[in-house]
Design a protein around this ligand. Structure first.
Ligand code: BGC
Length: 742
């Protein structure tokens, strides 16, 4: 009976050719499946797996270069990006599955950076929530929407540490701090990938490997030259965290590192990523970055560039066509070994198997589910919640915020009605006008008494709207000014040498100031700005970043106090651009300006500005106030086998409930290399009711104190440590303990 049943099952499977394959694949484990498939592949088919092409976008949707279609049918394309929509990816997948000799399915990639159709706050904003659960959930929802739209793979998270606000891509990262950014990297990978077993989880891609966030003078794509100690202590840890969380792929960076382009860099890709860290996913280039090695002056021609990339450890060529056009010859000439190509192909196929594409190549091509999933009400609701928790209150003089419902408000500024820029850069599939909620609409939802005048444009030097805006301000109790950067002023290829608000906006603020009315400045931008003048001029500053599809509602929720702001900066705001790069965990120098008895002139400082930033890492206000008392350590001696418990009492002394991000900083006093003046080593996000007090505990172990020392060993060194706990990085470091190996 059992045998008959088995035969029937087999016959059932055999009636569908794809399912026959499924039946066979299911019998073996992934490595065997990869091996047996590879045995059937010829060289050209293997090279085909390493080719990633873009499907361009037309007004009505994606279009594929006609030549690419022929390449797909010839088995010369392993993956496509910028093709979206389940119907379209199904059509393309059909070409690969039904018209090629081996029917190997393609991967569909996309820049799902902060949401797919439902757009969440930009990653820098999200990091200001310091909320790992929310960061994971936004990735989860992004994956659900992307998968419903025919995609398998996102080019996210960007885990580049950056401390240079001139660099437009700080908007895509998690800020300046290694510890926080590493935790966020992990949360994002887990959110996107889950166990990769359901058809609403997608592959992630940690990028841009490595040190892309440290370009010379903040200019995108520019040169990086740094010590290995710095690379390992600051720039690599978030990548390692992404890898440990299971990141399926890594993307190389556009920059060179110490003279070697990252895309042809065996030290990064082979020595560290593969050998030291044991990475088993695949490495993709950034857009045409193999080809760009000729401009770097590292390869004379494309074939050589391809050899450098392949031999360094790059498995897939994004858009450059170098592997497609030259790799065969390089292998025939013995410049690249077939074994290395096999390794690359194996890494790519492994992920296709993990996604279940050999069981069902159309798993992610279900046209019927998309309408119910894309921008589902619960996704939009979450976008509002995440935006609320990403918006940082920078100033609130005389508690001008929250606004009272009976106040007469003048709403002024080019961002007040905006539904486009508020999504930020890389909102590629985000639905803009009509779906996104502007601040004006958000204020209407709250039933506020307000009138609106645009006043000026974001950049254009027109003052025609000034008069109307001034008249409106005069006739109001309070002015809300919605100002900022255009979406294209941050993000890729958007470095700035001046990070102030555009001049016309500053002039309008100056004119409104003359009316004497209190001003609440709501800012939309993708990077820290130089707000020194605004900080002296306006009464309140709300840093809304680019808050995403439901951003206008979230800002209005905060303006009226329905949500009490809780976010804290993850990237320092300089007093002026001359302070950049500026970050909290800097070195002390031999002449610290804040030391007792420091020389009034010959200490490490500027003669025209303070050393401190205008707004520090970890800083952010609430409508209530928290005090920190009674910091206590369980021991003052730490060894390899014990831990120290540190407690602090936090009390909400204001008149409403609020959330606080309690931060723990440590300073290693003396090291075999000099150590930063403080480093974040723990944080907790708590909610306290009015008048409530809570005891918060942290645990410190030897592992938390490790760093790459002068011999590039990851160790904890004996000696004294200082501790500070508070609501920003500007905490005093007053408590101490000693670490000893004995
Ligand atoms: C960016 C990457 C992105 C890629 C694909 C490049 O220009 O640097 O971050 O993933 O394009 O769109």
């Amino acid at each position: 009976m059992q045998t008959i049943k088995h035969i029937l099952i087999i016959l059932f499977f055999m009636s569908y050719s794809n399912k026959v394959k499924a039946f066979v694949w299911l019998q073996q484990d992934i490595e065997q499946q990869v091996d047996s498939l590879m045995q059937k592949m010829n060289l050209e088919e293997k090279i085909g797996q390493t080719v990633l092409y873009s499907s361009g976008m037309d007004i009505t949707g994606p279009v594929l270069d006609k030549a690419y279609k022929d390449h797909i049918k010839a088995g010369q394309v392993g993956a496509i990006f910028n093709a979206t929509g389940a119907a379209y990816t199904r059509k393309l997948q059909k070409l690969a599955v039904e018209e090629t000799r081996l029917g190997i399915p393609m991967l569909f990639g996309y820049d799902v950076i902060h949401g797919h159709k439902t757009i969440f706050p930009i990653p820098l904003a999200e990091s200001c929530s310091w909320d790992l659960e929310l960061a994971e959930k936004s990735a989860r929802i992004s994956a659900i929407e992307a998968a419903a739209d025919g995609l398998h793979w996102t080019f996210s998270p960007m885990v580049d540490i950056s401390r240079d606000a001139r660099w437009g891509r700080v908007s895509e990262g998690a800020g300046e701090d290694v510890y926080l950014a590493s935790l966020i990297a992990r949360a994002k990978v887990i959110g996107y990938q889950g166990d990769l077993k359901q058809n609403n989880t997608i592959l992630s891609c940690a990028k841009h490997f490595a040190a892309y966030g440290a370009p010379q003078a903040g200019r995108d794509y520019h040169t990086v030259d740094m010590s290995e100690i710095r690379l390992r202590n600051t720039f690599l840890p978030p990548f390692k965290a992404a890898l440990d969380a299971g990141a399926a792929s890594f993307m190389t960076a556009f920059n060179e590192l110490n003279g070697v382009p990252a895309t042809g860099n065996p030290f990064l890709l082979d020595e560290i990523l593969r050998k030291e860290w044991g990475f088993r996913g695949f490495v993709v280039t950034d857009y045409t970055s193999i080809n760009e090695m000729t401009h770097h002056g590292y390869a004379a021609e494309l074939k050589h560039a391809g050899e450098l990339a392949m031999n360094a450890g790059v498995d897939m060529d994004m858009q450059g066509g170098v592997y497609k056009n030259h790799l065969l010859q390089s292998i025939q000439e013995g410049k690249v070994s077939e074994a290395r190509l096999d390794e690359a192909v194996r890494a790519i196929l492994r992920m296709k198997f993990k996604l279940g594409l050999f069981e069902d190549p159309y798993r992610y091509c279900n046209e019927e589910t998309a309408p119910n999933i894309l921008m589902a009400p619960e996704h939009m609701e979450f976008a509002r919640e995440l935006a609320q928790r990403s918006i940082v209150l920078l100033k609130n003089h005389q508690e001008v915020l929250p606004l009272a419902k009976q106040q007469k408000i003048a709403l002024i500024g080019p961002m007040a009605t905006d539904e486009v820029h508020i999504l930020g850069s890389w909102a590629a599939q985000g639905d803009r006008a009509g779906k996104a909620v502007s601040l004006k609409e958000g204020m209407e939802v709250h039933g506020l008494r307000f009138a609106y005048a645009q006043g000026c444009e974001i950049l254009k030097d027109y003052r025609v709207g000034f008069e109307q805006a001034i008249a409106l301000a005069k006739d109001s109790d309070v002015v809300v000014m919605a100002m900022g950067e255009a979406e294209y002023m941050s993000g890729e290829a958007a470095s700035r040498t001046n990070i102030q608000l555009p001049a016309v906006q500053r002039e309008l603020i100056a004119e409104i100031k003359k009316t004497g009315k209190p001003i609440v400045l709501v800012l939309y931008n993708g990077r820290p700005l130089d707000l020194t003048w605004e900080n002296q001029t306006v009464d309140a500053i709300l840093e809304a970043w680019f808050p995403g599809t439901n951003g206008g509602l979230a800002v209005a929720d905060i303006l009226v106090g329905e949500y009490n702001p809780s976010a804290k900066l993850t990237l320092s705001f300089p007093r002026n651009i001359g302070q950049i790069p500026i970050f909290y965990n800097q070195k002390n120098t031999g002449r610290p300006a804040d030391a007792e008895g420091a020389h009034p002139r010959y200490s490490s400082k500027y003669i025209d500005a303070d050393n401190s930033p205008l707004f520090a890492f970890g800083y952010g206000l609430s409508y209530t106030k928290f005090i920190y008392e009674n910091i206590a350590l369980s021991h003052d001696k730490l060894g390899p086998n014990n831990s120290i418990s540190i407690s602090v009492e936090v009390t909400n002394i204001g008149d409403r409930a609020g959330e606080e991000i309690v931060q723990l900083y440590i300073r290693d006093m003396v090291g075999s290399i000099t150590r930063p003046v403080k480093e974040l080593k723990g944080f907790q996000k708590i909610t306290l009711q009015k008048g409530e007090r809570q005891t918060i505990r942290f645990t410190i172990e030897a592992n938390d104190l490790k760093f790459y020392n002068k011999d590039l060993e990851f160790v904890v060194e004996e000696g004294d440590f200082l501790i500070g706990i508070g609501g920003s990085s500007e905490v005093a470091m007053k408590h101490s303990f000693t670490y000893s190996n004995k």
